[in-house]
Design a protein around this ligand. Structure first.
Ligand code: DP6
Length: 331
């Protein structure tokens, strides 16, 4: 009854983005995406089976989870129970060091850690592919945080059960790449519209969605080639164009979805200036105003200093590729 399972996972940042689902229930994307898992902001989740409970009880940073977050977690745990044939509910205690809802992908580390902890607690015997597929059901981007370093999430084919089998992440080798990601936190306020709702609106109303999804195939092919040859400038250029294109699809949605703030654009200006001084720095942005700047490891300090000198940058943190989801106790 009181045997606890703890899992840790880290956020990932997509260099070729996931934006748009072809199947909302199974969380199947329209396009492949490619990410790097970071070594910052881990989520630690402990689960305990408890026969005395009549529902899952969840705390996040010691406070009871409520609302949409609680519903998503319970729906996910219902799925895990369905797979395991077990009925007991869980106590879930999660500690999140990511500023929640600020476009720093706390749902990716959160559902990767929860998928691993719950799978172990309910005795599911899953290989990494199976774990990645399971994490995807919680939040699409979570399937990539199962793996450390670089990961490619295959969109797969079909919908429903068929799509479910074919859509998971795989680790990819990026041995030659010396990448750092400098995160400029400009505003940690919760977002006005969730990425889930924003992607739905984009698909349903944006005339730019289809062309972006189409161009994303080429971005992915170019990105894989750039990673293989260890070409960091090309990796950064492709990541930046893919992210700006994704934001363009949202700006063209009706009504428009705009995550980038004036402060985000000032960070983009700064990145452009760094490039003109010969530093290979490139920006990527997710469903929030913060900007993640890609550069080589040896330039990270100079990039961080430049970002820190901007008046509306609240904090700057440098990340490197980090580990996949794991059980710290080795159980
Ligand atoms: C902009 O994985 O949070 O960060 O599947 O609805 O939970 P759901 O969405 P989520 O979306 C992440 C979108 C993104 C781009 C990316 O990480 O690829």
């Amino acid at each position: 009854v009181d045997s606890a399972v703890t899992a840790i996972a880290h956020p990932n940042i997509a260099l070729v983005k996931y934006w748009g689902k072809r199947d909302e229930e199974y969380i199947l994307p329209h396009t492949d995406s490619l990410s790097v898992t970071l070594d910052i902001y881990p989520t630690t989740t402990t689960v305990r089976l408890d026969t005395a409970l009549d529902r899952d009880q969840v705390t996040v940073n010691r406070a009871p989870a409520t609302g949409e977050m609680l519903t998503r977690i319970r729906t996910f745990l219902d799925l895990v129970r369905g797979m395991s044939g077990r009925a007991e509910y869980l106590r879930v205690d999660t500690t999140n060091t990511v500023p929640t809802g600020a476009g720093l992908a706390s749902s990716a580390s959160g559902f990767a850690a929860l998928a691993l902890a719950a799978a172990v607690a309910y005795g599911l015997d899953l290989n990494p592919t199976g774990l990645s597929r399971l994490a995807r059901r919680g939040s699409g981007s979570a399937c990539r945080s199962i793996f450390g370093g670089f990961a490619l999430w295959h969109a797969g084919t079909g919908i429903g059960e068929e799509g479910d089998l074919s859509s998971y992440a795989d680790p990819i080798d990026a041995g030659a790449l010396d990448l750092a990601l400098v995160v400029a936190v400009v505003d940690a306020a919760p977002k006005e519209i969730s990425s889930r709702a924003a992607m739905r609106r984009t698909i349903e109303t944006s005339p730019l969605y289809a062309p972006w999804a189409e161009s994303s195939h080429q971005d992915l092919a170019d990105m894989r080639a750039a990673i293989t040859r260890g070409d960091l400038d090309a990796v950064g250029e492709i990541a930046e164009r893919n992210a700006l294109g994704m934001h363009a699809t949202m700006l063209a949605a009706r009504p428009a979805v705009r995550y980038l703030s004036p402060a985000s654009l000032r960070v983009l200006d700064c990145v452009g200036q760094l490039r003109r001084t010969g530093i290979g720095a490139f920006a990527t942005m997710d469903a929030g105003p913060n900007v993640k700047v890609l550069c080589r490891g040896g330039h990270a300090e100079r990039v961080a200093d430049a970002l820190r000198s901007l008046s509306d940058t609240r904090s700057v943190i440098t990340a490197r590729p980090g580990p996949g989801a794991r059980l710290p106790d080795g159980d």
